[in-house]
Unconditional design. Structure first.
Lengths: 447, 242
C-alpha cells in the first residue's frame, strides 16, 4: 500500500486546491481569533470590577469556538474542492482506467484516497490549532479535555465532508458536478438549520440530519460515544458508496444494489448510535452537569425516573428545560425516560391545555409536578421523591473563570504573515523536482 | 511483420462480446483468441469499435453480453487486472507529477527493480524528461511515458490503444522494435491500430473490425487466401473484407 499512499498524498500536495484553501484559511482564522480575543479582553476588563462576571469567562466559548468557526467555514465551502480533486482529476484525465487496473482492490484505493483527504484536512486543522499556541503565548488558559474535544470534533467534521466529496466525485463525470453535489450537502445543512430547526414532527427530525448539528456537541464540551459512532458510520458509509461507484466496468444495476446495502448498513449503525449512552461532560466549568454534590447524589438513584413533559418541542421553555435539566439528568442518572405528552401538537393548539407547561416527575411509585425549568427547583423535588436529603454543596468547586486582558495583535502577525509564508514555502517545496538517481538519467541499458 | 511462426498456446478467448449505447450497436458478437507471445493487431477505421472492444475486455467498460476466458477458464472482472493490462489512448495521467515520480510509482507497485526501470526508461528514451511534469510533455513524450508504464507492468497480456500515435516514422520503427522484443520475451500484445502500414510491420495476426463486427481474422497469408488475392497487402485485404 505504501506506493499507493505515497501517490495519493503527492497528488493532493501537488494540487493548487490544497494550498489555496490553506492560504484563505489564514485570514479567516486570524480575523476570528483577533475578534474573539478583543471581545474577551473587553469582557475581562468589565470582570475586573465584578468577580461574578469573571466566573462566566470561559476560553472555550470566548476564544476557541469562535476561532475554530473559521475552520468550519473552510470545511464547508473550500475543503470539498480539495477532496474532490483526489478522484475528479483522475476521472477527467483518463487516469482512472489505469488506477482501477493497479493490483489493489477498490476498497484499498478508496482507503488510500481517504487517507490523503485526512492528511489534507489535518494540515488545515494544524493551521487552526496554531491559534492555541498564540493563545497560550499571550497568557491565555486552556483546559486540555475540552480543547481536544473541540479539535477532535472539527477533525471528524472535515473528514465527513471529505467522504461526501469523494462519493460525489465517484458518481460524477466532472469535478464541477461533484462540487455542486457536495455543496448541496454542506450548504443544504444550513437550510436545515435555519428553516427546520425547532419545527415539530418530521421536519424537526429532518433538521437533526444537518451536518452542522454534528459539530455542536463538541463546541459545547460534550463527548458522545453515540455521536462518534454515528459520524464514523456516516464517513464509512460515504466512503463505501464511493468504492461502489468507482469502477467504470461494473454495471449500474449492480452498483445500485450494492449502494442499497451500504445505505442500509450505515443507516443501521447510525440508528444504533442514537441508542448509545449519553455524552460525557468534558468542560472545565462543568456547564453540562449539575454541581458536583448533586452529580454524586443523583448517580446513586438506581430506580427509573419517568418524566412526562407537557411542552411542544419548539417551545423555548422546553429548550431551556432540555438543556438545563433533562440532558444533565440523562447523563448522570442510570435510568431516565422522557416523554413529550404533546408530541405532534403545535404550540398554538396546546396553549389552551391547562396542563401545558407542567412537567411530571415519577420515581419509586411517587410523583410530583413542577413548571420550573431550573435545576434549583427540580432537583429538590427529585430528592424528595427519592426520600433523600438535599446534598450539601462541595466547597471550592466553583469555576473561577479566566478573564484575560490581552492584546490579540500578535495573532495578526502570525496569521497574516508568518503562517502564510510557511504555507507558501511548503507549496514551493512540494513543487521542486524530485531527486532522480544517476543510473536513470545516464544513457545505459539496451533498448 | 515477422515470418510465419507456429502460434503459442491460446491465452485469452473472447466469445460473443457485445455492447450497445442506446440504439447504437458498438460491438456485435465479437469472438477472437490471443496466443502467447504473439502481436495481434485490431485493425479498423475510426469508429470501428477497437477502443470499445479493448475497454470491454479489460473491464473498464461493462459489456452487455459475452465472456472472457483465460486458458479456458472464465475470467471475472475482479481478476482481469491479474492477467491483462490495458493502456488507453489519449490520456495524460497524473499530469502534475514529475515523469520520474510516475515511473517510479509503477516500478514500486509492480515490484520492478531499479535496473529494470532504468532499462525501460532508456528503451523509450525518457531520460531527458524525467525531471519534467507530465503536463509539460510533448505528445510524443507523453505517449512514451504511457508505453513505459505499460512495459513496467508484469501481466502476460498487454493491450495498447494506438501505441504509435504521435510518433514520426523513425520513432515508430524504434517503438516497434521495443514491442517486438517484449513479445519475443513471451508477452502477448494486442495493438489497436488504424494505420494499416504500421500494423502490417509489427503484427503477427490481425482482427479486422468494421462497424462493431469482426470481418476477418488471421495472418496476412490467411486473410489473403480468404479474399483470393495472394499478392494483396493489408490495405487491399482490409478493403476487400470490410
Amino acid at each position: 500500500m505504501r506506493p499507493l499512499l505515497g501517490k495519493e498524498l503527492w497528488e493532493v500536495a501537488s494540487g493548487r486546491a490544497l494550498w489555496t484553501m490553506l492560504l484563505i484559511l489564514c485570514p479567516l482564522l486570524g480575523y476570528s481569533f483577533f475578534q474573539a480575543v478583543s471581545l474577551y479582553d473587553e469582557a475581562s476588563k468589565a470582570a475586573a470590577e465584578s468577580p461574578v462576571l469573571g466566573s462566566g469567562l470561559s476560553p472555550l466559548d470566548g476564544v476557541l469556538v469562535p476561532t475554530f468557526g473559521g475552520l468550519y467555514l473552510a470545511a464547508t465551502l473550500l475543503f470539498p474542492f480539495v477532496a474532490i480533486r483526489t478522484l475528479g482529476h483522475e476521472k477527467e484525465s483518463g487516469a482512472l482506467a489505469l488506477l482501477v487496473q493497479l493490483p489493489y482492490r477498490v476498497p484499498a484505493l478508496i482507503v488510500a484516497k481517504m487517507t490523503a483527504i485526512f492528511g489534507a484536512w489535518v494540515a488545515a486543522v494544524l493551521c487552526a490549532a496554531s491559534s492555541l499556541v498564540v493563545w497560550l503565548a499571550i497568557a491565555g488558559h486552556l483546559y486540555l479535555p475540552e480543547t481536544l474535544d473541540l479539535v477532535g470534533g472539527h477533525l471528524l467534521y472535515g473528514l465527513l465532508v471529505g467522504a461526501i466529496a469523494l462519493f460525489s466525485a465517484s458518481i460524477s463525470d466532472s469535478a464541477a458536478t461533484a462540487a455542486i453535489i457536495t455543496l448541496a450537502f454542506t450548504l443544504g445543512s444550513w437550510v436545515l438549520d435555519f428553516a427546520l430547526a425547532g419545527q415539530p414532527g418530521v421536519l424537526g427530525w429532518i433538521s437533526q440530519l444537518s451536518l452542522t448539528q454534528t459539530l455542536r456537541p463538541f463546541e459545547q464540551g460534550l463527548l458522545s460515544a453515540g455521536l462518534l459512532l454515528g459520524m464514523l458510520a456516516a464517513i464509512c458509509g460515504f466512503a463505501a458508496l464511493a468504492a461502489v461507484w468507482l469502477h467504470p466496468g461494473v454495471r449500474v444495476s449492480t452498483k445500485m444494489l450494492r449502494s442499497a446495502a451500504c445505505v442500509a448498513v450505515a443507516a443501521g449503525l447510525i440508528g444504533l448510535s442514537t441508542q448509545l449512552g449519553p455524552s460525557v461532560d468534558v468542560t472545565e466549568d462543568r456547564r453540562n452537569s449539575f454541581p458536583a454534590a448533586d452529580q454524586k447524589a443523583l448517580a446513586e438513584l438506581r430506580e427509573p425516573l419517568m418524566i412526562a413533559v407537557h411542552f411542544v418541542p419548539e417551545d423555548p421553555r422546553y429548550v431551556d428545560l432540555r438543556r438545563n435539566v433533562l440532558a444533565k439528568l440523562e447523563r448522570v442518572m442510570p435510568h431516565v425516560m422522557v416523554r413529550l405528552v404533546t408530541s405532534g401538537q403545535s404550540m398554538v393548539g396546546s396553549a389552551s391545555d391547562d396542563a401545558y407547561g407542567e412537567v411530571e416527575y415519577s420515581y419509586a411509585r411517587r410523583s410530583d409536578k413542577s413548571r420550573s425549568t431550573s435545576h434549583r427547583e427540580i432537583l429538590p423535588l427529585i430528592y424528595a421523591l427519592a426520600g433523600r436529603p438535599i446534598p450539601q454543596p462541595i466547597a471550592g468547586e466553583d469555576y473561577p473563570g479566566y478573564p484575560l486582558v490581552a492584546n490579540g495583535s500578535p495573532a495578526l502577525a502570525w496569521f497574516l504573515g508568518g503562517l502564510p509564508l510557511l504555507i507558501v514555502l511548503a507549496w514551493w517545496r512540494s513543487r521542486c523536482p524530485p531527486h532522480v538517481a544517476l543510473h536513470l538519467t545516464k544513457n545505459g541499458g539496451h533498448s | 511483420m515477422t515470418a510465419s511462426i507456429a502460434p503459442g498456446p491460446v491465452l485469452m478467448q473472447v466469445t460473443g462480446l457485445s455492447k450497445r449505447y442506446g440504439d447504437q450497436r458498438a460491438l456485435t458478437d465479437i469472438s477472437l483468441t490471443v496466443n502467447a507471445g504473439e502481436v495481434l493487431g485490431l485493425i479498423g477505421p475510426n469508429g470501428a469499435g477497437k477502443t470499445t472492444l479493448m475497454q470491454a475486455i479489460a473491464g473498464t467498460l461493462a459489456a452487455d453480453a459475452g465472456q472472457i476466458l483465460w486458458r479456458g477458464t472464465p475470467l471475472p472482472l475482479s481478476r482481469r487486472r491479474e492477467f491483462l493490462f490495458y493502456l488507453p489512448d489519449g490520456v495524460r495521467p497524473w499530469e502534475d507529477q514529475y515523469v520520474a515520480r510516475v515511473t517510479e510509482l509503477f516500478a514500486a507497485i509492480y515490484g520492478r527493480s531499479q535496473a529494470f526501470l532504468a532499462q525501460t526508461i532508456h528503451a523509450l528514451g525518457l531520460a531527458p524528461v524525467l525531471r519534467q511534469r507530465v503536463v509539460e510533455l510533448s505528445k510524443g513524450y507523453a505517449r512514451r511515458l504511457l508505453l513505459a508504464l505499460a512495459l513496467l507492468t508484469p501481466q502476460p497480456l498487454l493491450m495498447m490503444d494506438e501505441p504509435f500515435d504521435g510518433f514520426d516514422l523513425r520513432q515508430t520503427r524504434d517503438i516497434m522494435n521495443v514491442l517486438r522484443e517484449v513479445a519475443g520475451a513471451g508477452r502477448a500484445l494486442v495493438l489497436a491500430i488504424h494505420q494499416l502500414r504500421d500494423a502490417a510491420r509489427v503484427c503477427d495476426r490481425f482482427v479486422l473490425l468494421a462497424e462493431g463486427r469482426v470481418r476477418g481474422v488471421g495472418t496476412l497469408a490467411e486473410l489473403q487466401a480468404q479474399t483470393g488475392k495472394a499478392a494483396a497487402d493489408l490495405e487491399d485485404v482490409f478493403l476487400a473484407l470490410t
